[in-house]
Design a protein around this ligand. Structure first.
Ligand code: FAD
Ligand code: SIN
Length: 529
Protein backbone atom coordinates (compact mmCIF):
# COMPACT_ATOMS: atom_id res chain seq x y z
CA UNK A 1 0.00 0.00 0.00
CA UNK A 2 1.23 3.51 -0.80
CA UNK A 3 2.39 5.44 2.27
CA UNK A 4 2.48 8.81 0.56
CA UNK A 5 0.17 10.93 -1.61
CA UNK A 6 2.16 9.88 -4.68
CA UNK A 7 5.21 7.69 -5.15
CA UNK A 8 7.53 7.57 -8.15
CA UNK A 9 11.03 6.41 -8.90
CA UNK A 10 11.98 9.77 -10.37
CA UNK A 11 10.48 13.19 -9.71
CA UNK A 12 11.46 15.87 -12.23
CA UNK A 13 10.55 19.45 -11.40
CA UNK A 14 10.50 21.55 -14.57
CA UNK A 15 9.64 20.74 -18.15
CA UNK A 16 12.08 22.75 -20.24
CA UNK A 17 14.77 21.11 -22.36
CA UNK A 18 16.56 19.69 -19.31
CA UNK A 19 13.48 18.23 -17.62
CA UNK A 20 11.90 16.78 -20.77
CA UNK A 21 15.10 15.15 -22.00
CA UNK A 22 15.67 13.59 -18.56
CA UNK A 23 12.05 12.35 -18.46
CA UNK A 24 12.40 10.63 -21.83
CA UNK A 25 15.60 8.92 -20.76
CA UNK A 26 14.40 7.88 -17.28
CA UNK A 27 11.06 6.48 -18.43
CA UNK A 28 13.06 3.50 -19.73
CA UNK A 29 14.09 2.72 -16.14
CA UNK A 30 11.13 3.48 -13.90
CA UNK A 31 8.07 5.57 -13.15
CA UNK A 32 8.58 9.27 -13.72
CA UNK A 33 6.60 12.30 -12.53
CA UNK A 34 7.29 15.61 -14.27
CA UNK A 35 5.76 18.78 -12.89
CA UNK A 36 5.67 22.34 -14.14
CA UNK A 37 4.05 25.38 -12.69
CA UNK A 38 2.63 26.75 -15.93
CA UNK A 39 1.92 25.53 -19.45
CA UNK A 40 4.57 23.47 -21.24
CA UNK A 41 5.23 26.45 -23.50
CA UNK A 42 6.11 28.67 -20.52
CA UNK A 43 9.82 28.07 -20.19
CA UNK A 44 13.01 29.67 -21.42
CA UNK A 45 13.41 26.63 -23.62
CA UNK A 46 10.28 27.49 -25.60
CA UNK A 47 11.50 31.10 -25.89
CA UNK A 48 14.94 30.21 -27.28
CA UNK A 49 15.50 31.80 -30.65
CA UNK A 50 19.06 31.63 -31.95
CA UNK A 51 19.74 27.90 -31.76
CA UNK A 52 21.97 25.22 -30.34
CA UNK A 53 25.72 25.25 -30.78
CA UNK A 54 27.62 22.22 -32.08
CA UNK A 55 30.41 21.46 -34.47
CA UNK A 56 28.64 20.30 -37.64
CA UNK A 57 30.91 21.68 -40.34
CA UNK A 58 34.13 20.00 -41.51
CA UNK A 59 35.93 23.36 -41.50
CA UNK A 60 35.17 23.78 -37.79
CA UNK A 61 36.44 21.70 -34.86
CA UNK A 62 35.53 20.87 -31.28
CA UNK A 63 38.84 22.48 -30.26
CA UNK A 64 37.66 25.77 -31.84
CA UNK A 65 34.35 25.59 -30.02
CA UNK A 66 36.12 24.84 -26.73
CA UNK A 67 38.56 27.73 -27.30
CA UNK A 68 35.66 30.16 -27.95
CA UNK A 69 33.83 28.98 -24.82
CA UNK A 70 36.95 29.39 -22.66
CA UNK A 71 37.81 32.82 -24.10
CA UNK A 72 34.32 34.17 -23.48
CA UNK A 73 34.27 32.62 -19.97
CA UNK A 74 37.20 34.90 -19.00
CA UNK A 75 39.37 32.33 -17.23
CA UNK A 76 36.65 30.95 -14.96
CA UNK A 77 35.35 28.00 -17.01
CA UNK A 78 35.90 24.51 -15.65
CA UNK A 79 37.87 22.78 -18.38
CA UNK A 80 36.46 19.31 -17.65
CA UNK A 81 32.85 20.49 -17.93
CA UNK A 82 33.68 22.44 -21.10
CA UNK A 83 35.27 19.42 -22.77
CA UNK A 84 32.49 17.05 -21.81
CA UNK A 85 29.63 19.32 -22.84
CA UNK A 86 31.10 20.94 -25.94
CA UNK A 87 32.43 17.58 -27.12
CA UNK A 88 28.82 16.28 -27.17
CA UNK A 89 27.42 19.01 -29.45
CA UNK A 90 27.23 17.09 -32.69
CA UNK A 91 25.81 13.93 -31.09
CA UNK A 92 23.11 15.90 -29.22
CA UNK A 93 22.03 17.79 -32.35
CA UNK A 94 21.80 14.48 -34.23
CA UNK A 95 19.72 13.02 -31.41
CA UNK A 96 17.39 16.02 -31.49
CA UNK A 97 16.86 15.37 -35.19
CA UNK A 98 15.98 11.74 -34.33
CA UNK A 99 13.43 13.07 -31.85
CA UNK A 100 11.86 14.98 -34.73
CA UNK A 101 13.33 18.48 -34.44
CA UNK A 102 13.32 20.11 -37.84
CA UNK A 103 16.33 22.37 -38.15
CA UNK A 104 16.82 24.68 -41.14
CA UNK A 105 18.81 23.13 -43.94
CA UNK A 106 20.78 24.33 -46.93
CA UNK A 107 20.77 21.59 -49.54
CA UNK A 108 21.65 18.33 -47.78
CA UNK A 109 23.33 20.06 -44.83
CA UNK A 110 22.09 21.92 -41.78
CA UNK A 111 22.05 25.69 -42.20
CA UNK A 112 24.37 26.99 -39.50
CA UNK A 113 23.99 30.54 -38.31
CA UNK A 114 26.55 32.68 -36.50
CA UNK A 115 26.33 34.32 -33.10
CA UNK A 116 28.63 36.67 -31.24
CA UNK A 117 32.10 35.43 -30.26
CA UNK A 118 31.81 32.16 -32.19
CA UNK A 119 34.78 31.87 -34.53
CA UNK A 120 32.70 29.74 -36.96
CA UNK A 121 29.13 29.32 -38.09
CA UNK A 122 27.98 26.52 -35.78
CA UNK A 123 24.46 27.26 -34.56
CA UNK A 124 21.84 24.77 -35.69
CA UNK A 125 18.47 26.53 -35.70
CA UNK A 126 14.81 26.27 -36.64
CA UNK A 127 14.36 29.70 -38.18
CA UNK A 128 14.17 32.11 -35.19
CA UNK A 129 12.18 29.75 -32.91
CA UNK A 130 14.60 26.93 -32.16
CA UNK A 131 13.51 26.40 -28.57
CA UNK A 132 9.90 25.75 -29.53
CA UNK A 133 10.97 23.23 -32.17
CA UNK A 134 13.24 21.41 -29.70
CA UNK A 135 10.68 21.57 -26.88
CA UNK A 136 7.85 20.20 -28.98
CA UNK A 137 10.01 17.34 -30.26
CA UNK A 138 10.97 16.37 -26.70
CA UNK A 139 7.44 16.81 -25.33
CA UNK A 140 5.61 14.56 -27.82
CA UNK A 141 7.05 11.27 -26.50
CA UNK A 142 6.62 12.44 -22.88
CA UNK A 143 2.86 12.95 -23.08
CA UNK A 144 2.38 9.58 -24.78
CA UNK A 145 4.57 7.59 -22.41
CA UNK A 146 2.63 5.41 -19.89
CA UNK A 147 5.63 5.52 -17.55
CA UNK A 148 5.45 9.32 -17.26
CA UNK A 149 2.82 11.24 -15.28
CA UNK A 150 2.62 14.98 -16.05
CA UNK A 151 1.42 17.38 -13.36
CA UNK A 152 0.82 20.64 -15.24
CA UNK A 153 0.20 23.88 -13.33
CA UNK A 154 1.57 22.24 -10.19
CA UNK A 155 4.23 24.03 -8.25
CA UNK A 156 7.02 22.55 -6.16
CA UNK A 157 7.14 24.32 -2.81
CA UNK A 158 10.18 22.66 -1.28
CA UNK A 159 12.11 19.44 -1.49
CA UNK A 160 11.84 17.08 1.48
CA UNK A 161 15.05 15.71 2.96
CA UNK A 162 15.84 13.21 5.69
CA UNK A 163 17.02 16.12 7.83
CA UNK A 164 13.55 17.66 7.61
CA UNK A 165 12.18 14.45 9.12
CA UNK A 166 14.22 15.13 12.25
CA UNK A 167 17.02 12.64 11.90
CA UNK A 168 14.68 9.91 10.71
CA UNK A 169 17.49 8.41 8.67
CA UNK A 170 21.02 7.69 9.76
CA UNK A 171 24.02 8.69 7.64
CA UNK A 172 24.33 11.40 5.01
CA UNK A 173 21.35 13.57 4.21
CA UNK A 174 19.08 12.38 1.40
CA UNK A 175 16.34 13.93 -0.67
CA UNK A 176 13.07 12.00 -0.42
CA UNK A 177 10.72 13.96 -2.68
CA UNK A 178 8.92 17.28 -2.62
CA UNK A 179 5.85 19.18 -1.46
CA UNK A 180 3.74 20.33 -4.39
CA UNK A 181 0.95 22.92 -4.58
CA UNK A 182 -1.97 21.87 -6.78
CA UNK A 183 -4.53 23.90 -8.71
CA UNK A 184 -6.92 23.96 -5.73
CA UNK A 185 -4.31 25.54 -3.50
CA UNK A 186 -3.70 22.27 -1.60
CA UNK A 187 -0.21 20.98 -0.85
CA UNK A 188 0.54 17.26 -1.22
CA UNK A 189 3.71 15.21 -1.12
CA UNK A 190 5.41 13.24 -3.89
CA UNK A 191 7.93 10.67 -2.71
CA UNK A 192 10.72 9.73 -5.10
CA UNK A 193 13.98 7.84 -5.02
CA UNK A 194 15.56 10.68 -6.98
CA UNK A 195 14.41 14.28 -7.29
CA UNK A 196 15.70 16.35 -10.21
CA UNK A 197 15.34 20.11 -10.21
CA UNK A 198 15.22 21.53 -13.74
CA UNK A 199 13.50 24.79 -12.91
CA UNK A 200 15.44 27.16 -15.19
CA UNK A 201 16.80 30.60 -14.34
CA UNK A 202 15.85 33.67 -12.32
CA UNK A 203 15.47 36.54 -14.80
CA UNK A 204 12.40 37.80 -12.94
CA UNK A 205 14.68 39.08 -10.23
CA UNK A 206 15.15 42.08 -12.57
CA UNK A 207 12.55 44.52 -13.85
CA UNK A 208 13.45 43.97 -17.51
CA UNK A 209 14.11 40.42 -18.62
CA UNK A 210 13.87 38.26 -21.71
CA UNK A 211 12.75 35.36 -19.49
CA UNK A 212 9.24 33.94 -19.08
CA UNK A 213 7.32 34.62 -15.86
CA UNK A 214 8.24 31.17 -14.50
CA UNK A 215 11.92 32.18 -14.13
CA UNK A 216 11.86 33.02 -10.41
CA UNK A 217 14.84 31.00 -9.21
CA UNK A 218 12.68 28.39 -7.43
CA UNK A 219 15.15 25.53 -7.89
CA UNK A 220 18.06 27.54 -6.52
CA UNK A 221 16.03 28.61 -3.50
CA UNK A 222 14.75 25.07 -2.83
CA UNK A 223 18.22 23.55 -3.17
CA UNK A 224 19.73 26.22 -0.92
CA UNK A 225 17.10 25.65 1.76
CA UNK A 226 17.85 21.93 1.51
CA UNK A 227 21.55 22.62 2.13
CA UNK A 228 23.23 22.86 -1.32
CA UNK A 229 25.98 25.43 -1.98
CA UNK A 230 25.55 27.86 -4.88
CA UNK A 231 28.30 29.04 -7.22
CA UNK A 232 29.06 32.17 -9.28
CA UNK A 233 25.62 33.74 -8.91
CA UNK A 234 27.03 37.22 -9.55
CA UNK A 235 27.36 36.44 -13.26
CA UNK A 236 24.04 37.58 -14.69
CA UNK A 237 24.08 37.75 -18.46
CA UNK A 238 22.25 40.75 -19.90
CA UNK A 239 21.25 40.31 -23.52
CA UNK A 240 22.15 43.49 -25.42
CA UNK A 241 19.22 43.48 -27.84
CA UNK A 242 15.81 43.21 -26.22
CA UNK A 243 12.96 45.26 -27.57
CA UNK A 244 12.47 48.62 -25.87
CA UNK A 245 8.77 48.61 -25.18
CA UNK A 246 7.66 51.06 -22.48
CA UNK A 247 4.05 49.92 -23.00
CA UNK A 248 4.61 46.25 -22.33
CA UNK A 249 6.96 43.37 -21.71
CA UNK A 250 10.19 43.10 -23.59
CA UNK A 251 11.14 40.38 -26.04
CA UNK A 252 14.39 39.15 -27.44
CA UNK A 253 15.87 40.10 -30.81
CA UNK A 254 18.17 37.17 -31.40
CA UNK A 255 21.90 37.60 -31.64
CA UNK A 256 21.68 35.70 -34.93
CA UNK A 257 20.41 38.98 -36.40
CA UNK A 258 23.81 40.51 -35.63
CA UNK A 259 25.44 37.28 -36.74
CA UNK A 260 23.83 37.76 -40.14
CA UNK A 261 24.81 41.44 -40.35
CA UNK A 262 22.47 43.64 -38.26
CA UNK A 263 24.17 46.69 -36.71
CA UNK A 264 23.83 48.59 -33.45
CA UNK A 265 23.41 52.34 -33.86
CA UNK A 266 22.29 55.49 -32.09
CA UNK A 267 19.31 57.60 -33.17
CA UNK A 268 21.46 59.27 -35.86
CA UNK A 269 22.42 55.92 -37.37
CA UNK A 270 26.00 56.07 -35.98
CA UNK A 271 27.54 52.65 -35.28
CA UNK A 272 29.21 52.62 -31.89
CA UNK A 273 30.40 49.03 -31.35
CA UNK A 274 33.69 49.52 -33.30
CA UNK A 275 34.64 52.08 -30.60
CA UNK A 276 34.46 49.32 -27.99
CA UNK A 277 35.77 46.16 -29.63
CA UNK A 278 37.47 45.19 -32.87
CA UNK A 279 34.78 42.51 -33.36
CA UNK A 280 32.12 45.21 -33.41
CA UNK A 281 28.58 43.83 -33.00
CA UNK A 282 30.00 40.30 -32.67
CA UNK A 283 32.05 41.01 -29.55
CA UNK A 284 31.18 38.83 -26.51
CA UNK A 285 27.81 39.60 -25.01
CA UNK A 286 29.15 41.22 -21.81
CA UNK A 287 31.07 43.76 -23.89
CA UNK A 288 28.14 44.54 -26.18
CA UNK A 289 25.67 44.88 -23.28
CA UNK A 290 28.04 47.21 -21.39
CA UNK A 291 28.60 49.27 -24.54
CA UNK A 292 24.84 49.70 -25.11
CA UNK A 293 24.38 50.62 -21.44
CA UNK A 294 27.27 53.09 -21.59
CA UNK A 295 26.01 54.75 -24.80
CA UNK A 296 22.52 55.11 -23.33
CA UNK A 297 23.91 56.76 -20.19
CA UNK A 298 26.32 58.97 -22.18
CA UNK A 299 23.61 60.17 -24.58
CA UNK A 300 20.91 60.27 -21.90
CA UNK A 301 18.52 58.20 -24.01
CA UNK A 302 16.17 55.33 -23.19
CA UNK A 303 17.38 52.92 -25.87
CA UNK A 304 19.68 52.34 -28.82
CA UNK A 305 18.75 50.77 -32.19
CA UNK A 306 19.28 47.46 -33.94
CA UNK A 307 19.30 48.02 -37.68
CA UNK A 308 18.69 44.82 -39.68
CA UNK A 309 17.90 46.47 -43.02
CA UNK A 310 21.22 45.41 -44.53
CA UNK A 311 20.09 41.76 -44.36
CA UNK A 312 17.50 42.46 -47.07
CA UNK A 313 13.80 41.74 -46.95
CA UNK A 314 14.05 38.16 -48.22
CA UNK A 315 16.51 37.02 -45.56
CA UNK A 316 14.56 38.71 -42.78
CA UNK A 317 11.33 37.07 -43.93
CA UNK A 318 12.89 33.62 -44.39
CA UNK A 319 15.18 33.42 -41.33
CA UNK A 320 13.41 35.66 -38.80
CA UNK A 321 9.67 35.35 -39.52
CA UNK A 322 8.54 35.14 -35.89
CA UNK A 323 10.41 38.22 -34.73
CA UNK A 324 9.29 40.10 -37.84
CA UNK A 325 5.62 39.26 -37.20
CA UNK A 326 5.72 40.04 -33.50
CA UNK A 327 7.25 43.43 -34.24
CA UNK A 328 4.75 44.12 -37.03
CA UNK A 329 1.96 43.63 -34.48
CA UNK A 330 3.58 46.44 -32.47
CA UNK A 331 3.79 48.64 -35.56
CA UNK A 332 7.53 48.14 -36.19
CA UNK A 333 8.66 46.84 -39.59
CA UNK A 334 12.27 45.75 -39.18
CA UNK A 335 12.62 45.39 -42.95
CA UNK A 336 12.17 49.16 -43.21
CA UNK A 337 13.28 50.69 -39.91
CA UNK A 338 15.76 50.20 -37.06
CA UNK A 339 14.28 48.63 -33.91
CA UNK A 340 14.67 50.31 -30.48
CA UNK A 341 16.60 48.01 -28.13
CA UNK A 342 17.82 47.86 -24.52
CA UNK A 343 19.80 45.25 -22.59
CA UNK A 344 17.70 42.97 -20.34
CA UNK A 345 18.49 40.21 -17.86
CA UNK A 346 18.71 37.02 -19.88
CA UNK A 347 20.67 34.17 -18.36
CA UNK A 348 22.05 33.03 -15.02
CA UNK A 349 25.59 31.72 -15.49
CA UNK A 350 25.81 30.67 -11.85
CA UNK A 351 23.51 28.33 -9.99
CA UNK A 352 23.56 25.36 -7.66
CA UNK A 353 27.04 23.84 -7.62
CA UNK A 354 26.96 20.50 -9.47
CA UNK A 355 28.97 18.29 -11.75
CA UNK A 356 27.87 17.59 -15.33
CA UNK A 357 25.59 14.78 -14.10
CA UNK A 358 23.80 17.26 -11.84
CA UNK A 359 25.04 15.69 -8.60
CA UNK A 360 24.77 17.94 -5.53
CA UNK A 361 25.86 17.88 -1.91
CA UNK A 362 22.69 15.89 -1.09
CA UNK A 363 22.12 12.29 -2.17
CA UNK A 364 19.03 11.83 -4.29
CA UNK A 365 18.86 15.54 -5.20
CA UNK A 366 20.08 16.47 -8.67
CA UNK A 367 20.07 19.81 -10.43
CA UNK A 368 20.23 20.18 -14.21
CA UNK A 369 19.97 22.91 -16.83
CA UNK A 370 20.08 26.62 -16.09
CA UNK A 371 19.45 26.04 -12.36
CA UNK A 372 22.83 24.33 -12.09
CA UNK A 373 26.35 25.68 -12.28
CA UNK A 374 28.78 23.17 -13.77
CA UNK A 375 31.44 25.75 -14.56
CA UNK A 376 30.80 25.50 -18.32
CA UNK A 377 30.10 29.21 -18.73
CA UNK A 378 32.64 30.65 -16.32
CA UNK A 379 32.20 34.42 -16.06
CA UNK A 380 30.18 34.77 -19.28
CA UNK A 381 28.25 32.36 -21.49
CA UNK A 382 28.95 31.81 -25.16
CA UNK A 383 25.69 32.15 -27.09
CA UNK A 384 23.71 28.96 -27.72
CA UNK A 385 25.79 26.85 -25.35
CA UNK A 386 22.93 26.70 -22.87
CA UNK A 387 20.48 24.36 -24.60
CA UNK A 388 23.44 22.09 -25.23
CA UNK A 389 24.36 22.11 -21.53
CA UNK A 390 20.73 21.34 -20.54
CA UNK A 391 20.63 18.28 -22.79
CA UNK A 392 24.05 16.90 -21.89
CA UNK A 393 23.31 17.32 -18.18
CA UNK A 394 19.92 15.62 -18.52
CA UNK A 395 21.50 12.69 -20.33
CA UNK A 396 24.34 12.32 -17.80
CA UNK A 397 21.99 12.71 -14.84
CA UNK A 398 19.62 10.05 -16.19
CA UNK A 399 22.57 7.75 -16.79
CA UNK A 400 23.72 8.21 -13.20
CA UNK A 401 20.45 7.94 -11.29
CA UNK A 402 19.17 4.97 -13.30
CA UNK A 403 22.13 2.91 -12.14
CA UNK A 404 21.76 3.72 -8.42
CA UNK A 405 20.61 0.99 -6.02
CA UNK A 406 16.92 0.99 -5.06
CA UNK A 407 16.06 2.47 -1.67
CA UNK A 408 12.81 2.07 0.24
CA UNK A 409 10.60 5.13 0.38
CA UNK A 410 9.81 6.33 3.92
CA UNK A 411 6.53 7.85 5.01
CA UNK A 412 6.62 11.60 4.41
CA UNK A 413 4.66 13.90 6.70
CA UNK A 414 1.64 15.74 5.33
CA UNK A 415 2.04 19.48 4.77
CA UNK A 416 1.08 21.30 7.96
CA UNK A 417 -1.14 24.30 7.26
CA UNK A 418 -2.49 24.60 10.79
CA UNK A 419 -2.11 28.00 12.35
CA UNK A 420 -2.28 30.02 9.13
CA UNK A 421 -4.66 32.97 9.01
CA UNK A 422 -6.71 33.88 5.93
CA UNK A 423 -5.03 36.45 3.70
CA UNK A 424 -6.55 39.88 4.23
CA UNK A 425 -4.51 42.02 1.86
CA UNK A 426 -2.15 41.26 -0.97
CA UNK A 427 -0.64 44.71 -1.24
CA UNK A 428 2.40 43.64 0.79
CA UNK A 429 3.23 40.91 -1.72
CA UNK A 430 2.90 43.29 -4.67
CA UNK A 431 5.03 45.91 -2.93
CA UNK A 432 7.79 43.37 -2.16
CA UNK A 433 7.86 42.07 -5.74
CA UNK A 434 8.32 45.58 -7.07
CA UNK A 435 10.91 46.55 -4.49
CA UNK A 436 13.08 43.51 -5.17
CA UNK A 437 13.04 43.98 -8.93
CA UNK A 438 13.68 47.72 -8.71
CA UNK A 439 16.49 47.29 -6.20
CA UNK A 440 18.19 44.64 -8.33
CA UNK A 441 17.82 46.69 -11.53
CA UNK A 442 19.10 49.92 -10.00
CA UNK A 443 21.88 48.56 -7.80
CA UNK A 444 22.92 45.15 -9.15
CA UNK A 445 22.72 45.66 -12.91
CA UNK A 446 25.34 45.72 -15.66
CA UNK A 447 27.64 48.10 -13.76
CA UNK A 448 28.06 47.64 -10.00
CA UNK A 449 29.81 49.44 -7.13
CA UNK A 450 30.47 48.58 -3.49
CA UNK A 451 28.03 51.20 -2.27
CA UNK A 452 25.22 50.06 -4.57
CA UNK A 453 25.70 46.46 -3.46
CA UNK A 454 25.67 47.50 0.22
CA UNK A 455 22.41 49.39 -0.30
CA UNK A 456 20.86 46.48 -2.16
CA UNK A 457 21.84 44.01 0.55
CA UNK A 458 20.38 46.14 3.35
CA UNK A 459 17.07 46.50 1.54
CA UNK A 460 16.83 42.89 0.48
CA UNK A 461 17.52 41.61 3.99
CA UNK A 462 14.56 43.61 5.33
CA UNK A 463 12.30 42.43 2.50
CA UNK A 464 13.28 38.79 3.04
CA UNK A 465 12.43 38.98 6.73
CA UNK A 466 9.05 40.55 5.96
CA UNK A 467 8.29 37.81 3.44
CA UNK A 468 9.40 35.05 5.81
CA UNK A 469 7.01 36.15 8.54
CA UNK A 470 4.15 36.60 6.03
CA UNK A 471 4.88 33.19 4.48
CA UNK A 472 4.43 31.18 7.68
CA UNK A 473 1.29 33.02 8.75
CA UNK A 474 -0.78 32.85 5.56
CA UNK A 475 -1.98 30.21 3.10
CA UNK A 476 0.61 29.75 0.40
CA UNK A 477 -0.02 30.63 -3.24
CA UNK A 478 2.16 30.55 -6.35
CA UNK A 479 2.72 34.29 -6.06
CA UNK A 480 3.89 34.06 -2.47
CA UNK A 481 6.14 31.05 -3.05
CA UNK A 482 7.78 32.79 -6.01
CA UNK A 483 8.26 35.98 -4.04
CA UNK A 484 9.93 34.06 -1.20
CA UNK A 485 12.27 32.34 -3.65
CA UNK A 486 13.00 35.50 -5.61
CA UNK A 487 13.95 37.42 -2.48
CA UNK A 488 16.35 34.69 -1.40
CA UNK A 489 17.97 34.41 -4.83
CA UNK A 490 18.31 38.21 -5.09
CA UNK A 491 20.14 38.28 -1.80
CA UNK A 492 22.41 35.41 -2.87
CA UNK A 493 23.27 37.29 -6.08
CA UNK A 494 24.21 40.39 -4.11
CA UNK A 495 26.28 38.44 -1.59
CA UNK A 496 28.10 36.70 -4.42
CA UNK A 497 28.81 40.01 -6.15
CA UNK A 498 30.15 41.43 -2.89
CA UNK A 499 32.65 38.60 -2.66
CA UNK A 500 34.11 39.27 -6.10
CA UNK A 501 36.62 42.06 -5.64
CA UNK A 502 37.40 42.36 -9.35
CA UNK A 503 35.80 42.90 -12.75
CA UNK A 504 35.62 39.74 -14.78
CA UNK A 505 33.23 38.86 -17.58
CA UNK A 506 29.70 39.81 -16.62
CA UNK A 507 30.66 41.19 -13.21
CA UNK A 508 31.82 44.79 -13.72
CA UNK A 509 32.53 46.94 -10.66
CA UNK A 510 33.57 50.59 -10.79
CA UNK A 511 35.40 50.10 -7.47
CA UNK A 512 37.32 47.05 -8.69
CA UNK A 513 37.90 47.58 -12.42
CA UNK A 514 40.93 45.28 -12.55
CA UNK A 515 40.87 41.51 -13.22
CA UNK A 516 42.79 39.54 -10.60
CA UNK A 517 45.53 37.20 -11.84
CA UNK A 518 43.85 34.13 -10.37
CA UNK A 519 40.30 33.20 -11.39
CA UNK A 520 38.30 31.81 -8.46
CA UNK A 521 34.72 30.61 -8.16
CA UNK A 522 32.43 32.31 -5.67
CA UNK A 523 30.86 29.57 -3.59
CA UNK A 524 28.28 30.35 -0.90
CA UNK A 525 27.23 27.61 1.46
CA UNK A 526 24.03 27.55 3.54
CA UNK A 527 26.11 26.22 6.45
CA UNK A 528 27.81 29.62 6.71
CA UNK A 529 24.80 31.88 6.00
P1 FAD B 1 13.44 26.17 -18.61
O1 FAD B 1 13.35 25.86 -20.04
O2 FAD B 1 13.36 27.60 -18.22
O3 FAD B 1 12.27 25.39 -17.87
C1 FAD B 1 12.02 25.61 -16.50
C2 FAD B 1 10.81 24.79 -16.12
O4 FAD B 1 10.71 24.74 -14.71
C3 FAD B 1 9.47 25.32 -16.60
O5 FAD B 1 8.71 24.22 -17.05
C4 FAD B 1 8.82 25.88 -15.34
O6 FAD B 1 7.42 25.82 -15.32
C5 FAD B 1 9.37 24.94 -14.32
N1 FAD B 1 9.39 25.42 -12.94
C6 FAD B 1 10.11 26.44 -12.42
N2 FAD B 1 9.90 26.52 -11.11
C7 FAD B 1 9.02 25.53 -10.79
C8 FAD B 1 8.40 25.10 -9.59
N3 FAD B 1 8.63 25.70 -8.40
N4 FAD B 1 7.54 24.07 -9.64
C9 FAD B 1 7.26 23.45 -10.82
N5 FAD B 1 7.83 23.81 -11.98
C10 FAD B 1 8.70 24.83 -11.95
N6 FAD B 1 19.99 29.20 -25.09
C11 FAD B 1 20.56 28.63 -26.17
O7 FAD B 1 21.39 27.72 -26.03
N7 FAD B 1 20.21 29.04 -27.42
C12 FAD B 1 19.29 30.03 -27.64
O8 FAD B 1 18.99 30.36 -28.77
C13 FAD B 1 18.70 30.65 -26.52
N8 FAD B 1 17.79 31.65 -26.68
C14 FAD B 1 17.15 32.13 -25.58
C15 FAD B 1 16.15 33.09 -25.75
C16 FAD B 1 15.43 33.54 -24.65
C17 FAD B 1 14.34 34.58 -24.85
C18 FAD B 1 15.74 33.05 -23.37
C19 FAD B 1 14.96 33.54 -22.16
C20 FAD B 1 16.75 32.14 -23.17
C21 FAD B 1 17.46 31.67 -24.28
N9 FAD B 1 18.48 30.73 -24.14
C22 FAD B 1 19.07 30.19 -25.23
C23 FAD B 1 18.77 30.15 -22.83
C24 FAD B 1 18.04 28.78 -22.75
O9 FAD B 1 16.83 28.87 -23.43
C25 FAD B 1 17.78 28.38 -21.32
O10 FAD B 1 18.94 28.49 -20.56
C26 FAD B 1 17.30 26.94 -21.26
O11 FAD B 1 16.20 26.76 -22.11
C27 FAD B 1 16.93 26.57 -19.84
O12 FAD B 1 16.29 25.30 -19.88
P2 FAD B 1 15.89 24.60 -18.55
O13 FAD B 1 15.32 23.28 -18.93
O14 FAD B 1 17.00 24.65 -17.59
O15 FAD B 1 14.74 25.55 -17.94
C1 SIN C 1 19.78 34.65 -28.93
O1 SIN C 1 19.14 34.06 -29.79
O2 SIN C 1 20.29 35.76 -29.08
C2 SIN C 1 19.96 34.00 -27.61
C3 SIN C 1 20.97 32.95 -27.70
C4 SIN C 1 21.41 32.54 -26.34
O3 SIN C 1 21.05 33.17 -25.36
O4 SIN C 1 22.15 31.56 -26.27
Amino acid sequence: MMKNNHEFDYLIIGSGAAGLFAANKLAEHGRVAIINKGEFSESSTWYAQGGIAGVMDAADSVENHIADTLRVGCGLCHADAVEEIIGSGRRIIEELIEYGTIFDTEGEKLHLTREAAHSHRRIAHAKDATGKAVGEALLAPVVNNPNITCFQKHMAVDVITARHLGGYMQGPNRCLGAYVLNLDGKVFNIAARHTILATGGAGKVYRYTSNPHVATGDGIAMAWRAGCPVMNLEFIQFHPTCLYNPQGSTQLLTEALRGEGALLTDAQGRRFMPDYDSNGELAPRDIVARAVDHEMKKLGCDHMYLDARALGKKKIEAHFPNILNRLLKLGIDMREQPVPVVPAAHYLCGGVQTDVAGRTAINGLHIIGETACTGLHGANRLASNSLLECLVMAERCAGFVSTQPEISQPHLPEWDASGVKPETERVQIKQNWEEIRTTMSNYVGIVRSDERLRRARRRLAIIREEIASYYWQHPISRNLIELRNLSLVAELIVRSAQQRMESRGLNYSTDHPQTLPEAKDTVLSPDFW
